[in-house]
Design a protein around this ligand. Structure first.
Ligand code: MG
Length: 334
């Protein structure tokens, strides 16, 4: 989205970031211990970030070209300046535990699903898990009122055709090809990664595709970090033999992406990930920030699947989708 030339989009995004900051401030107080010092630093974070956004209201290039990516980066910088490590840490832990309890039943259900409909089921699981997103006002409200439950959301997913619906093409490709290596970019902790992307990854592994599962190096909202993913996969391996075996024989590897925001600039991933991805022939980018707000128009040489639930009105407008619609874009490699 070009926030430099589109004044309305720029001011809409500034407003989204301004409103969202109150919630981050509140969580920062809790995550830093709840005392007077925590309150002071959280308030200083909010003040500083609001100030930067106000600068952008006055001058569209106040701190470099305006973009959602830039605003995300500035927010992280303001948190770091106040020594606020990870406001979402306890929420991520709680959601991971809740999702882990549902995982064995879900894996059984997937294994009992006929091959013809299995990818559809796996993609739908990814959509439903992607509702756990504490970067959007709408989904924060759903989460707080207990309406972001995985099975409820999945049962209420829109019927096909989805807003962007390349599922048939993806299924066709999967029926013709077994990819050598997939790089899977995961998004949020909790149901998103545990019930969405881990079962998806397990199916790729089952077919003989090696998988690199890659998460952010540093915390960003409720995105799972690489370190958290390593711990989580250890837990998953205790419950699932296929994952355990894949980790042991290194067909499944976990690599930090180098990223620290909910979007991703794939020209700036970690050296380790770039090196390990050289022979990949399937790219899976999941989540609104990574698949729609960034990389939506980026074309790759490898087969690429971009999947996300659309949770922000301005993103829906930009990609031509409905709010809470779901997007499944498959782009064959060149
Ligand atoms: Mg996210």
């Amino acid at each position: 989205m070009d926030l430099l030339s589109n004044d309305r989009w720029r001011s809409t995004w500034i407003e989204i970031f301004e409103k969202h900051t109150r919630g981050v401030e509140k969580l920062a107080v809790e995550s830093e211990g709840g005392g007077e010092d925590a309150k002071r630093r959280a308030a200083a974070f909010a003040r500083r970030f609001h100030g930067l956004l106000a600068d952008y209201r006055r001058d569209p290039v106040a701190h470099g070209e305006p973009s959602v990516m830039r605003f995300c980066g500035l927010r992280q910088q303001c948190l770091r300046e106040q020594g606020i490590a990870d406001p979402y840490l306890s929420i991520k832990r709680r959601e991971n535990e809740a999702a882990l309890r549902l995982l064995p039943g879900l894996l059984q259900e997937i294994d009992a699903t006929a091959m013809e409909t299995r990818w559809r089921r796996l993609v739908e699981n990814a959509f439903a898990g992607n509702i756990f997103d504490l970067g959007c006002a709408g989904t924060i409200a759903m989460y707080e009122s207990g309406q972001a439950d995985f099975h409820t959301v999945r049962a209420r997913l829109p019927h096909r055709p989805w807003c962007l619906d390349d599922l048939d093409a993806f299924e066709r490709r999967m029926s013709q090809t077994v990819h050598r290596k997939a790089v899977v970019f995961v998004d949020n902790a909790g149901a998103d990664v545990v019930l969405g992307m881990i079962p998806f990854t397990r199916e790729l592994l089952r077919r003989g595709t090696a998988v690199i599962l890659t998460a952010n190096t540093l915390p960003a909202l409720n995105d799972i970090t690489h370190e958290e993913l390593v711990g989580l996969m250890g837990r998953v391996a205790q419950a699932d033999r296929a994952i355990a075996q894949s980790l042991r024989d290194e067909r499944l590897t976990l690599i930090a992406s180098g990223n620290d925001i909910p979007l991703i600039d794939l020209s700036r991933v970690s050296g380790e990930l770039a090196q390990a991805s050289r022979d990949a022939d399937l790219l899976v980018i999941e989540g609104m920030g990574r698949a729609l707000e960034s990389n939506f128009r980026t074309r790759f040489t490898a087969d690429t699947l971009k999947i996300a639930m659309v949770k922000e009105p301005v993103v829906a407008e930009a990609v031509g989708a409905k709010l809470y619609g779901v997007a499944c874009r498959f782009e064959p490699g060149k």
